[in-house]
Design a protein around this ligand. Structure first.
Ligand code: HPA
Length: 261
């Protein structure tokens, strides 16, 4: 049976259409994950869901225990994670409601615990391509089968938050090649790589980034646009599960080989 982890973001706290089985609390050497892991089943696959901000939404991006969340998934026996993140759209043509499957990351976060190898081992994982190519391909294929338009690549720039950006920052990010900006995509992706897990993100553009439109940015807009997209994301994920081969064949499985000093 295929097993998959789903990390829910702002406004995405549950997945519809799944048969709920159980809840599990996991403790890790790095502290507690954002909440209980919800185990469900859908068409022969098991889904383990965790909302990264907790339920109700109470943990801000800079306070999320990213290590405990990713380690917790591993404790649950999960090797592949789909992550859902709300983002602000920077690149022309991106509008609220659009879905982006990013292939690159620019990480501007600071002060977040971003490695499992802090003391005894010295490990430098290859992060040239930060997301699992196979998972990304599957999501894009699932979108095609569902008739959903997705942007099949893009650069996700991760900031610390919790404040939103200035006009000048977004202009600078645009020149740096960023397509979207968010607060939670890192260090999740590199932590998953350190555990040799497959990790891919489904980004929902919930607003125009600062200065891209004249409108004042509000969290209300973010949450509303996420809510509107919830059904589409759910069906995209369920279709992706149906296309997922049982065996992992990507390089993520060997991320640690040649990475340790
Ligand atoms: N900036 C940063 N993070 C975000 C945004 C944004 O505009 N929208 C959703 N998450």
């Amino acid at each position: 049976m295929n097993r998959i982890g789903i990390l829910g973001g702002s406004g995405f706290y549950e997945m519809k259409g799944l048969r709920h089985k159980s809840l599990r609390r996991v403790s890790t050497p790095f502290g507690n994950p954002s909440g209980e892991f919800r185990i469900s089943e859908v068409s022969g696959s098991e889904v383990v869901f965790l909302p990264r901000h907790g339920i109700p939404h109470r943990i801000p991006p800079h306070r999320i225990n990213y290590r405990a969340n990713i380690w917790g998934f591993r404790e649950m026996g999960i090797e592949r994670i789909f992550s859902i993140n709300a983002v602000g759209g920077i690149t022309a043509g991106l509008t609220p409601g659009d879905i982006v499957i990013p292939d690159q990351i620019i990480d501007l976060t600071q002060g977040r615990a971003s490695t499992f190898y802090e003391e005894n081992d010295v490990v430098h994982i290859d992060f040239t391509d930060p997301y699992c190519t196979i998972l990304r391909t599957i999501i894009c294929a699932a979108a095609q089968r569902k008739g959903l338009t997705v942007k099949e690549s893009g650069t996700y720039l991760c900031v610390n938050g919790p404040r939103l950006e200035t006009r000048a920052e977004i202009s600078f990010f645009a020149k740096s090649g960023a397509d979207v900006v968010g607060m939670t995509g890192m260090p999740e992706a590199c932590l998953a790589r350190e555990l040799e897990m497959c990790f891919a993100s489904v980004l929902i553009v919930t607003n125009y980034a600062a200065g891209i439109s004249d409108k004042k940015l509000t969290t209300t807009e973010v949450m509303e646009n996420m809510k509107i997209s919830t059904e589409r994301i759910g069906s995209l994920l369920i279709e992706s599960l149906a296309l997922l081969p049982e065996e992992r064949i990507c390089a993520c499985r060997y991320a640690l080989s040649g990475a340790k000093m």
